[in-house]
Write a protein that binds this ligand. Structure first.
Ligand SMILES: NC(=O)c1ccc[n+]([C@@H]2O[C@H](COP(=O)([O-])OP(=O)(O)OC[C@H]3O[C@@H](n4cnc5c(N)ncnc54)[C@H](O)[C@@H]3O)[C@@H](O)[C@H]2O)c1
Length: 338
């Protein structure tokens, strides 16, 4: 039984507390928040949980095996570093920190202490995304030409990071997972639309190896909640829509072929679109956050690194966010990903 302490009980932390309370291999032993009201709400739901306003109480409790960091992003590095130094395994929400150097320090610290350090790239545990990964790897989509992701809604707004740092870690982690690499370079534009100092909107174009172009549109200021990815291969095309009740994946048997039959005398060719059926494959259900938590527990039990969402994957996402931010600051210039 792994005993977990969660730091941060705002909008998202209670979901971590719930899954660690529900899974048979873990217990939500403690939680911390600066806000007494949030702690009382958690106590109403989980009368046995120990609550505290000082997260050091979690770090100093020898019964706590693992810490879940679900506080605002600007606290991730320090809370994760202190938790590892206290001998706790850590799952930290995305993005792992605000700098690549800090991610690398955390990776080295976890290795030195022989502890599991995982980042909450929850979409790599999403059944639709896992299906996509297998489908791409099977070769049935063909060579990927390009992909684009849309992640929009009206709010929720944040005051510690902009919409890019809030939302794009999900899409970057998904693309890095699907394409087995990180982008080589980016160019991006962002905009501050509302009356605060943070960009509410970003359009970023990422170039991956093998000439894969990927675009990410994130926004806090949009009429529609959208969670979608389209991938265009040279054999088939696919759309993932996380909010589609019928099924998250639509597979389009569409591609384009070259023919020279009518133009052979001129050495020219014509492009012909080939259109087959649209299928909705059956994808198993399962809560991604619960699958993520189970994977974290398995890694602890087996003393294995969380390969699919380790600190290096976290650093790759943070390096990409920095490149996008730099490009946005320079109004769209081409920036290499470090
Ligand atoms: N994976 C996902 O889909 C997903 C979704 C939402 C949020 N998140 C991530 O989860 C994290 C938290 O997001 P949120 O929406 O819950 O934010 P939030 O602002 O609603 O909650 C953060 C909580 O942390 C508490 N806090 C701040 N400083 C603290 C401290 N020193 N000690 C203890 N508690 C402290 C605040 O009082 C607040 O209740 C962020 O990193 C965010 O990126 C992930």
């Amino acid at each position: 039984m792994i005993k977990v302490g969660t730091i941060g009980c705002g909008h998202w932390g209670p979901n971590h507390i719930r899954v660690f309370a529900q899974l048979p291999g873990s217990e939500s032993l403690m939680c911390a928040d600066l806000d007494e009201k949030r702690l009382n709400q958690i106590k109403d739901l989980y009368p046995n949980i120990e609550t505290t306003k000082d997260y050091n109480d979690i770090l100093n409790n020898p019964d706590v095996d693992a810490v879940c960091v679900s506080a605002p992003t600007n606290h991730h590095y320090e809370m994760t570093r202190q938790s590892l130094n206290a001998g706790k395994h850590v799952i930290c929400e995305k993005p792992l920190s605000l700098s690549v150097k800090e991610c690398e320090d955390l990776k080295a610290l976890a290795r030195e202490k022989n502890l599991v350090l995982m980042v909450g790239h929850v979409f790599v545990f999403n059944p639709g995304i896992i299906w996509l990964k297998k489908y791409i790897d099977s070769g049935e989509l063909g060579r990927i030409h390009y992909a684009y992701a849309t992640r929009t809604n009206l709010g929720p707004f944040r005051y510690d990071v902009n919409a890019l740092w809030d939302l794009a870690p999900h899409d970057i982690s998904i693309f890095n997972y699907l394409f087995d690499s990180k982008p080589m370079n980016v160019s991006a534009r962002g905009q501050i639309c509302l009356d605060h100092s943070l960009e509410d909107l970003a359009f970023a174009t990422l170039e991956y190896p093998d000439k894969i172009m990927a675009n990410i549109h994130v926004s806090w200021l949009d009429p529609k909640k959208v969670r979608q990815i389209t991938i265009v291969g040279d054999k088939k095309m696919v759309v993932w829509d996380d909010l589609d009740n019928i099924g998250p994946i639509k597979l389009y048997d569409k591609h384009v072929e070259k023919t020279s039959s009518f133009y052979s005398t001129y050495g020219e060719f014509q492009l012909l679109s080939k259109e087959g059926s649209i299928t909705i494959p059956k994808i198993g259900f399962g809560e991604p956050l619960k699958a993520q938590a189970q994977y974290f527990l398995d890694c602890i039990a087996q003393s294995q690194g969380p390969d699919v969402a380790d600190a290096q994957k976290g650093a790759d996402v943070v390096a990409t966010l920095h490149a996008i931010q730099e490009s946005m600051d320079q109004k769209g210039s081409h920036v290499n990903v470090a």
